[in-house]
Design a protein around this ligand. Sequence first.
Ligand code: PMP
Length: 401
Amino acid sequence: MSTVNWDARLSEIALNVKPSPIRALLKYTKTPGVISFAGGNPDPAVFPVAEFAEASQILSREGKDVLQYGATNGYDPLKEYISKWMAPRMGRETKPDEMLITTGSQEGMDLLCSVLLNDGDTIIVEGPTYPGALHAMRNRGARFLSVPCDKDGLCVDLLPGVIEQGRKDGHKIKFIYSIVNFQNPSGATLSKERRAKLLEIAEKYDLIIFEDDPYGHLRYNGEHVPTIFSMDKGGRVVYACSFSKILAPGTRVAWIVGAPELIQKMVMIKQGTNLCTSVVAQALVYEYCRLGHLDGFLPKIIAHYGKKRDAMDAAFKKYLPANTRYHTPEGGFFFWLQVPGVDSTKLFMKAIDHGVAFVTGPAFYAEAGEGLDYMRTCFTFAQPEEIEEGAKRLAAAIKEL
Ligand code: PMP
């Protein structure tokens, strides 16, 4: 037991920090027999273990380099690979000084906030949004203004009003954070028209857009929508993507692309945190990609997750109460359900008793008291036979409540 009065010494940020709401719920999902629709995890059953083992051959070939400290901005061969591979989505090959390899997109968010925010500055976020982003942003002293989402993503028509009122109220707004494809948690994809409008608004009000896109490659039906980055001519879009959902989150390899002036500052901040992202991890991912495995793996997981999406959709239609509202996502990992009048926090414990877990709605809002009767269910992690059974259990919990 420490005799030090830590509260008297801790920073304001540390005094006010709260555990991630999702991680707090995850302990219940470990209860034996509980089917988890909670964490946003890929399916470990399809992890390309043998191909990764094969990619480890890079250690015999390049071991002397990849076991050394690396450049802070990332392992060059991987950066080159990503730049070429992403060119169709980005509208062009991005240059080396526009890209930084990060330890997960989570680090990219943290670095972006650290270079853009002063304490108390404001970020415009979607309501609902990814709680991990809110957490990273809060760690850097952010305040928030939320804009609602519907089935076509962020309601951009409401943005000018929020910006103008926010500025009147003294908010120093630094950027707009949007998860453009198969949003976490709503599953919505921002339509092309809205992307163009969002960019127009960002230009008019001179704001940066942070386009977070970890799910964009995972489309199960419908047409690909161009990235906002590819529509932007003024260098005001910062784009982030990750190997976490399309390959394996244990790699902790992701990347962020933006104006060289901004990337250079992020590189300097990163020099003071972890010097560089694990070169071994970057080299393994690079070799895996170079051998052509990523190109083979993506269609495989798209087919696999597409079937799971369909199974969850069918099971929800079959078992959930008729007043349950949701839109079937065209890709990604999540369904976002509203059961009007049902408090999802109360439902959570009841659902655990019935042997199924999800994430409660309020976790996804910057403000308290929002999203009470919503819940997020992930369809990628549970095994096919568990999806129907989990939906049945969820329906029974709702009925009992
Ligand atoms: N952005 C979004 C929208 C996410 O859902 C996640 C992971 N759940 C991340 C970023 C972080 O991903 P990672 O750090 O694993 O790259």
